[in-house]
Design a protein around this ligand. Structure first.
Ligand SMILES: Cc1cc2nc3c(=O)[nH]c(=O)nc-3n(C[C@H](O)[C@H](O)[C@H](O)COP(=O)(O)OP(=O)(O)OC[C@H]3O[C@@H](n4cnc5c(N)ncnc54)[C@H](O)[C@@H]3O)c2cc1C
Length: 476
């Protein structure tokens, strides 16, 4: 039997795509500079089916790129060496909500938002809240160790995963556990953030967080990004840990205002959202401390949401930021370098200079409390010369982040996008050790090859920069 027939036999005829038009939907994720078609798209419905697909791929030595919703911003799900794009979006079951243990057991193709929705009746939620939460899957969140505005206080995805059922590259099924101080090696710690290079996560036990008694959200405007950045550092240095601190610059806030018409101050250089949560008495004290720092850093206005509707509107503005930028140019390249919080303002000034140097408009949104920047380089993919400038400017921005004491990624991962920048941060020895660990999980080298770490021994990569980006530039 040939491979196509065998795949169809496992998941059903309608769940294997191989027509070129169907395949083109899976040629990239939300990072659209790197494109590569899979040979097959396979949509399994259970751990057993995933296991059988992996056994087959292992036997035929075919690369497998796991995929959730494809909202990744580093090309993680892009099948750079072809093979199978293994899409888990049929596996959406919330298997159990346990209000006593405060856990959710889910199939990993369910969306991030659906977990909080399912636990709402118990006054619980899943704390990691990527802005893509209504679409991105728990599997994608685990693989990227996703963050979000509220991870400043509550921690990233890795702090909220207690167990996982995984399928290894040879098709075997294993359970990793981090519950109740489990005495085994912390394999779960290795798995979260491994970007689909170690195993396919099919089910997960997630930690749920009780909803806060009280939440207060503030919107402040600043005359410069620098004043805003310094206010963020000053707030944290008082000892207050807001649940979120988000910065939105002028280009972005104007795009959002064009979209939502909610009365944002278009003249402000930066907007800061600060959210406090917890017991009412404590918030009352923290409110004063936050206000003092914001005023000291010359905010032009400061307003607290007075009800849940106003609060929801503020978050709608923040969460619409990237979508709204689509009104400015048809394409945007979103980076996610991290810098020490104290150097946020300096880093944004340096990024502005890179924009001027390459004659590019760069919008900035940041999980400011974490020092996690999201510069968005605005461009039109039909303009090849502009695309080249975008790629070069993007790399310079990441290097600036590293030079001011930060690193390449805060939450979007390395994927294919930053793979050739890894030696800028890690030594050859560091990379070799990481590869050895990866080899233990996937000795055959079929799990998402061409991602995270250059793998010349496996895929014949040359180590030269744009492996796939040339295809965009040459219009392939
Ligand atoms: C508008 C927008 C806003 C965003 N905001 C945020 C944000 O606030 N915070 C943030 O962290 N990210 C954000 N992202 C990036 C993205 O949403 C996250 O990285 C998310 O976790 C990806 O989930 P996904 O289901 O789309 O995964 P995909 O893009 O499909 O895949 C991402 C990676 O996970 C691997 N993978 C997927 N499923 C599995 C699985 N079951 N087992 C093993 N590996 C798997 C893939 O191989 C790939 O390497 C945003 C993206 C967009 C477009």
């Amino acid at each position: 039997m040939n491979l196509l027939h065998e795949l169809k036999e496992i998941v059903g005829e309608e769940n294997v795509l191989h027509d070129p038009v169907d395949l083109s939907v899976y040629e990239c994720d939300a990072e659209t500079l790197d494109l590569s078609l899979p040979d097959y798209v396979v949509l399994p419905a259970s751990t057993k089916e995933v296991s059988r697909v992996l056994k087959l791929a292992h036997e035929h030595k075919i690369p497998v790129s796991p995929r959730g919703a494809g909202t990744g911003l580093s090309g993680g799900a892009t099948p750079v060496h072809g093979g199978i794009s293994l899409v888990l979006t049929r596996m959406t079951k919330i298997l159990q909500i346990d209000p006593y243990e405060q856990t959710a057991t889910v199939q990993t193709g369910c969306t991030n938002a659906s977990v909080s929705e399912a636990s709402k009746a118990h006054n619980l939620h899943f704390a990691p809240d990527p802005s893509s939460g209504i679409a991105s899957t728990i599997g994608g969140n685990i693989a990227e160790n996703a963050g979000g505005p509220h991870c400043l206080k509550y921690g990233m995805t890795t702090n909220h995963v207690l167990g996982a059922t995984v399928v290894m590259s040879d098709g075997s099924i294993a359970k990793f556990n981090n519950w109740y101080q489990s005495p085994d090696v912390d394999l779960l710690g290795l798995l979260v953030g491994s970007e689909g290079t170690m195993a396919i996560v099919t089910e997960a036990i997630l930690k749920l967080t009780p909803n806060s008694q009280s939440i207060q959200t503030l919107l402040a405007y600043f005359p410069t990004v620098s004043h805003c950045g310094k206010a963020v550092s000053a707030i944290v240095s008082t000892g207050v840990i807001p649940s979120a601190m988000e910065l939105v610059d002028q280009i972005t806030l104007n795009a959002v205002e064009d979209y939502l018409h909610m009365g944002l101050d278009r003249s402000a250089a930066a907007l800061l959202i600060v959210e406090l949560d917890g017991m009412e008495e404590r918030i009352a004290i923290e409110r004063k401390m936050v206000e003092e720092q914001i005023r000291r850093h010359k905010a032009t206005s400061l307003e607290w949401a007075t009800n849940a509707y106003e609060r929801m509107k503020i978050w709608k503005a923040r969460k619409s930021a990237f979508g709204a930028l689509g009104r400015v140019t048809p394409h945007g390249y979103v980076l996610d370098g991290v810098v020490p919080r104290s150097r946020l303002a300096e880093a944004i000034e340096l990024i502005d200079k890179i924009g001027e140097k390459w004659n590019l408009q760069i919008a900035n949104v940041a999980h400011a409390g974490d020092g996690n920047l999201h510069p968005c380089l605005l461009y039109n993919r039909d303009n090849k010369e502009q695309v080249e400038r975008v790629i070069k400017a993007g790399q310079e921005i990441l290097h600036v982040c590293v030079q001011v004491g930060g690193t390449l990624s805060g939450e979007h991962g390395i994927g294919v996008e930053k793979i050739h920048d890894m030696p800028f941060v890690f030594s050859q020895d560091d990379l070799e050790i990481m590869l050895k660990v990866r080899d233990v999980f996937d000795p055959a080298g079929i799990m998402n090859p061409g991602k995270v770490i250059p793998t010349p021994k496996r895929c014949g990569e040359t180590g030269d920069r744009p492996l796939l980006r040339h295809q965009v530039l040459s219009g392939c």
